[in-house]
Design a protein around this ligand. Structure first.
Ligand code: NAD
Length: 485
């Protein structure tokens, strides 16, 4: 298969927080893979900017190590690596002071697309935006990339939007949610809106319910201090699960254009019903046989009432989805790492095969990780003699690897999203009003359990989460699909 990589125009990319964990694990290795794919023109420059003093060669060594460790699937050709490292510059900078800014302004080219990646804590976003502006770098061709978390609640998200808007237009602000950069998430849109087959069935007449699960096996790890103030609702539901819900439930946009797509997503968020208290289950993981500490030990607060797990039922109140519930669940220290959306179709209205054939319903499974892919469960006759027995088989619709450039893994979400920033395509980034609407839905849920003084249910590490989450489904005569790796 011929590679269809289209090179972008020359650019300068400044990575604030260029020595941090995200730069090391995702941004630098992702850029290297794009370099190897031939997408980055020779003139493009990448400038790491962070608080620590480093020489240019020290920064290149840091980048080389990161790439060797994390550029998954990219054969690390030393010649290609040397050419990539040649692009790298480093500036020691103080986001809150004056150090480094004049030097940085001298390094970016006046006539190029310039992207500033804010890979630092959100407390610094405003300082960075202000100084980029002050030093004359906020030109029309400039854009900023903002990492999560985007605010802590509606008020803080509004304040952050206002701070960024003081220096940049909305069309220059790229709020990243790396779930949107996944091949399969975009394939979901291709499958929905590029085929006649699914769209007529994509409504409450044919879809019984939808399950969105994002399960992790890791605990809070080194993020305890941040996580204990956030919890699963703020850390995962308000952003990642909400974005997936939007793409599943939105109306077809008139065109695949950033604002057309984001207008439709916004309508979904605004149509979400408030969640009833008895439709939410919060959990907190316990220690695992001495192998892993409990949540409370991990965050160092024996009385913490922050949830590491959440399951809830919600509705999109519009014509398409009236009567089709959407169940969301996410948690840490669960039995397997698995992010999957299951669209559960209704049973056939009448079974001509009798009771012994069992109940069979179509399921469209969109797996985001691991093993990205889309399968459709269809019911067929079990092959062989012995009567009409039915069996469900998966139709695999995963073509990313088969159709992509030979021998290469499809690009990681970050690679794709960074290239979209350079191209100026905001389709896969959250708009300010979307983020605010998501907080407007989330805030009362959190305020509700705070005012009721609810504490999360303990659950065993390595399990499916608290048993109450199963009851949430059983009350509706439904069941979660298993969390499988
Ligand atoms: P980190 O703590 O590893 O790195 C922080 C970086 O910011 C360092 O390079 C540090 O030098 C720089 N920095 C801190 N204070 C500074 C200052 N005053 N002036 C200039 N530079 C300063 O953080 P991280 O894990 O890389 O995360 C960065 C951002 O990305 C955060 O907003 C985080 O929430 C978000 N994020 C991280 C991940 C991840 O996997 N690490 C995932 C999603 C989102």
């Amino acid at each position: 298969m011929v590679s269809r990589v289209i090179p972008v125009d020359p650019f300068d990319l400044v990575i604030f927080g260029g020595t941090g964990d995200l730069a090391r694990r995702k941004i630098l290795p992702g850029l290297f893979r794009r370099h190897c794919a031939g997408q980055i023109p020779d003139e493009a420059a990448i400038i790491g900017a962070a608080r620590t003093q480093h020489s240019r060669s020290e920064y290149r060594s840091f980048a080389a190590e990161a790439i060797r460790e994390f550029a998954n699937g990219q054969p690390c050709d030393e010649g290609a690596l040397a050419a990539f490292l040649d692009r790298l510059q480093y500036v020691a900078i103080d986001a809150r002071g004056t150090q480094g800014w004049a030097e940085l302004a001298g390094q970016v080219h006046p006539d190029r697309v310039r992207a500033f990646y804010f890979s630092v804590g959100p407390a610094l976003f405003g300082d960075l935006a202000e100084r980029i502006h002050l030093h004359g770098m906020a030109t029309d061709d400039a854009r900023i990339v903002v990492e999560k978390p985007f605010g802590h609640d509606l008020a803080s998200a509004r304040a952050l939007n206002a701070t960024l808007a003081a220096h940049f237009q909305e069309g220059q602000i790229y709020r990243i949610d790396h779930y949107l950069g996944k091949e399969t998430v975009q394939n979901l849109m291709a499958i929905r809106f590029g085929n006649m087959l699914f769209e007529p069935l994509w409504n409450s007449q044919y879809v019984d319910h939808i399950q969105i699960t994002v399960a992790e096996t890791v605990g809070v790890g080194g993020r305890g201090e941040y996580y204990d103030k956030a919890g699963a609702m703020r850390d995962m539901v308000q952003n990642h699960l909400m974005q997936l819900l939007c793409l599943i439930a939105m109306e077809p946009p008139a065109k695949f254009d950033p604002d057309a797509v984001r207008d439709e997503k916004l309508k979904v968020i605004r149509a979400l019903d408030p969640v009833e208290p008895h439709h939410i289950v919060r959990g907190q993981y316990e220690a695992q046989d001495g192998a892993h500490p409990s949540y409370r030990d991990a965050v160092g607060d024996p009385r913490s009432s922050t949830e590491s797990y959440i399951a809830l039922k919600t509705h999109v109140s519009n014509w398409r989805w009236a009567g089709t519930p959407i169940y969301l669940r996410t948690g840490k220290r669960l039995v397997a790492r698995s992010s999957v959306i299951n669209v559960m179709f209704k049973d056939a209205p009448h079974s001509i095969f009798g009771q012994e054939a069992g109940r069979h319903a179509n399921v469209l499974s969109i797996r985001l990780q691991p093993n990205e892919g889309i399968t459709l469960l269809v019911t067929i006759k079990e092959p062989g003699p012995g009567g009409m027995r039915l069996v469900d088989v998966p139709l695999d619709m995963t073509f990313a690897k088969a159709l992509g450039p030979e021998g290469e893994d499809p690009p990681d979400a970050y690679e794709r999203l960074i290239m979209d920033v350079i191209r100026g395509n905001q389709t896969l980034f959250m708009r300010g009003d979307e983020v605010e609407a998501a907080w407007a839905w989330t805030d009362p849920i959190i305020a509700g359990w705070k005012s009721r003084g609810e504490v999360p249910k303990p659950y065993e590490s390595g399990s499916n989460g608290p048993g109450d989450a199963d009851l949430l489904m059983q009350r509706d005569r439904r069941a979660w699909r298993g969390i499988k790796p």
